[in-house]
Design a protein around this ligand. Structure first.
Ligand code: FAD
Length: 374
């Protein structure tokens, strides 16, 4: 298993330059990264998050599974932040299905993933109101829409949340490609290739056996908040791409001997390495779940914000060093900064920080996983 995970990481690593080229074209067109996903599907990436018994590689299982998933998400982020975002949602959906699903739902979804289906995770409600479900025949009917749906029009399976009187219920739905995407005047400036749109879900019939878990499971901790480590891992990859690009560009311009450029590059390296070290620990804690829910969530919350902060610093430093060149449409730094700035807008950053701070007022200070567990 270890060898297969390593081989997969190496194959994805070798593909990074091709995916980077494709990312530029997909951004320009605002298209779903179909070619990239075709390549990744052929490598077995879509089934890799499943346990071995279901045809996967158990990404995220145990310490070595955590390391492999971290490496893969960071590689994908380095290649293309939209691809990483789409794949992260696929991993999230499959992990929730395997955790909360009954055997038949797990088997069906696993078979779909093995066959190459891309799962989405559509949980954000539009301002008009939450998606609801009501009894309909032997199952449920959906009423409403979902907002900010990445993979809208392409993902054929989705984990969605619906509001019920007893709480939030997860459901697995199937959608035909190209259907139910609502026309929307909202266009994100970055992450264009994640094809994030609104999905009209009214009229979808969900069989009773497509309900996932109990009401309230979606928001259950530590999984709900600690899952943020995966998005941060993807952002870390984007940060690495920016740092490498910065270095190459400054060298190409013959400015690597300038002390100001050196100082900014040094600060950039500190930001990157700080984020990378946080993520090593956050991935372990998020995957191993060998501490209290509160401790895991607090640590991952800090890690998420540390990566956000490193990325924001890196963009500021890079734009200062590269100058206007970094703002020319079509320059890779312009696209990466646009994607990164957009992707960093994850939910409730203020609450994330103060909740983590409150935790550590009454708990051992953050440190390596084994040190706090002891
Ligand atoms: C590229 C991209 C793809 C996405 N794809 C998907 C997808 O496929 N599926 C999906 O479900 N969602 C998706 N989302 C949406 C995502 O899940 C979040 O809903 C979104 O990123 C939240 O960002 P926000 O900045 O609006 O967060 P907010 O939480 O609204 O934060 C904005 C600011 O308001 C503050 N704030 C938050 N709550 C309060 C409050 N109550 N009072 C005062 N201040 C507050 C925050 O601290 C922050 O400063 C995507 C987002 C992005 C960027």
């Amino acid at each position: 298993m270890l060898c297969e995970r390593t081989a997969l990481c190496e194959a994805v690593g070798a593909m990074v330059p091709v995916l980077q080229q494709q990312a530029a074209a997909d951004d320009a067109a605002g298209d779903f990264p179909g070619d990239s996903f075709h390549r990744l599907r052929q490598l077995g990436l879509l089934r890799a998050p499943l346990p071995e018994t279901l045809g996967g590689l158990g990404l995220g299982d145990g310490a070595s599974g955590a390391a492999a998933l971290l490496r893969l998400l960071a590689l994908l982020g380095e290649a293309s932040l939209p691809v990483a975002r789409l794949y992260e949602a696929h991993v999230n959906a499959l992990q929730l299905i395997c955790r909360y699903g009954n055997e038949s739902l797990i088997r069906r979804c696993a078979a779909d993933a093995v066959a190459g289906a891309l799962f989405a995770l559509w949980v954000t409600d539009p301002p008009e109101g939450a998606l609801t479900m009501h009894g309909e025949g032997d199952g449920y009917g959906l009423v409403g829409a979902k907002a900010f749906c990445s993979g809208a029009g392409t993902a054929t399976r989705a984990l969605v949340t619906a509001a019920t009187l007893s709480g939030t219920q997860m459901l697995i739905i199937s959608v035909d490609p190209g259907t139910r995407v609502l026309p929307s005047p909202i266009k994100l400036s970055g992450m264009r290739a994640a094809t994030t749109g609104s999905m009209e879900l009214t009229g979808i019939h969900v069989p009773a056996d497509a309900l996932l878990g109990e009401t309230g499971d979606y928001l259950r901790e530590p999984v709900f908040s600690a899952g943020a480590w995966r998005s941060a891992a993807a952002a870390l990859g984007g940060l690495k791409a920016l740092v490498a690009l910065h270095r190459d560009e400054i060298r190409r311009r013959g400015r690597a001997q300038d002390p100001h450029q050196q100082a900014r590059f040094g600060a950039l390296l500190i930001a990157y390495e700080t984020a990378r070290l946080w993520m090593d620990q956050a991935a372990l804690r998020g995957c191993l779940e060998d501490d209290s829910a509160a401790a895991i969530v607090a640590y991952v919350n800090l890690a998420r914000l540390a990566v956000e902060s490193a990325c924001l610093d890196a963009m500021r430093l890079s734009q200062r060093s590269l100058g206007l060149g970094a703002f020319i449409a079509g320059h890779p730094a312009e696209r990466i900064c646009r994607d990164l700035a957009t992707y960093l807008r994850q939910p409730a950053p203020d609450e994330t920080l103060v909740k983590a701070a409150s935790h550590y007022f009454h708990a051992p200070l953050p440190g390596p996983a084994s040190a706090t567990a002891a």
